[in-house]
Design a protein around this ligand. Structure first.
Ligand code: COA
Length: 143
């Protein structure tokens, strides 16, 4: 798998990947999430490409990363369900960490829904520590 920065032509494949991985939610429009992320210098989407049919390449993994001037954050980590458990998730997280590190970001954080035990086990295997914090939020877009 080759990892590179998202290009506009990846949009539909990335959304399809997120849907296949159960990452989309009715209140988050994935197209708007992509457009907002890639329009800012502090954030990016990295995609993993693997060989597709007839020497084509296809998007098989993604991670959104960025920083808020203090901490780095990961979102939308996804690996094609047919290719999971092959080290691609670990590689995508490492690439996102490098992207953040190269910008001087000292710490990376992410949120996992509490029922998502599999992803907790994944981040545990990558050396991430679970921190006892409560997240407060409020919408600013009137939704
Ligand atoms: C989470 C996800 C990205 C992991 O990708 P992956 O390619 O399967 O993970 P890797 O093969 O790189 O696994 C890395 C390590 O995590 C461990 N791991 C992965 N999935 C695991 C699971 N379900 N249970 C326990 N450990 C797991 C692996 O054993 C591996 O450890 P090792 O290298 O010591 O053997 C993938 O399962 C996925 O896309 N899930 C759906 C989307 C999702 O929930 N994203 C996260 C949103 S917060």
């Amino acid at each position: 798998m080759d990892i590179r920065v998202f290009l506009p032509r990846d949009r539909d494949a990335v959304i399809a990947l997120w849907e296949a991985c159960g990452l989309t939610r009715p209140w988050n429009d994935p197209g708007s999430d992509i457009a907002f992320c890639v329009s800012k210098p502090e954030s990016t989407i990295l995609v993993g490409e693997a060989e597709g049919p007839e020497n084509t390449k296809r998007v098989v993994a993604s991670v959104m990363c960025g920083h808020d001037g203090h901490r780095g954050w990961l979102y939308y980590l996804a690996v094609d369900p047919a290719l999971q458990k092959g080290g691609h998730g670990r590689a995508m997280v490492a690439a996102a960490e490098n992207w953040l590190k190269s910008r001087g970001v000292p710490k990376v954080m992410l949120m996992v829904r509490p029922e998502n035990d599999r992803v907790r086990a994944f981040y545990d295997a990558l050396g991430y520590a679970e921190e006892p914090r409560v997240i407060f939020s409020r919408r600013l877009d009137g939704k």
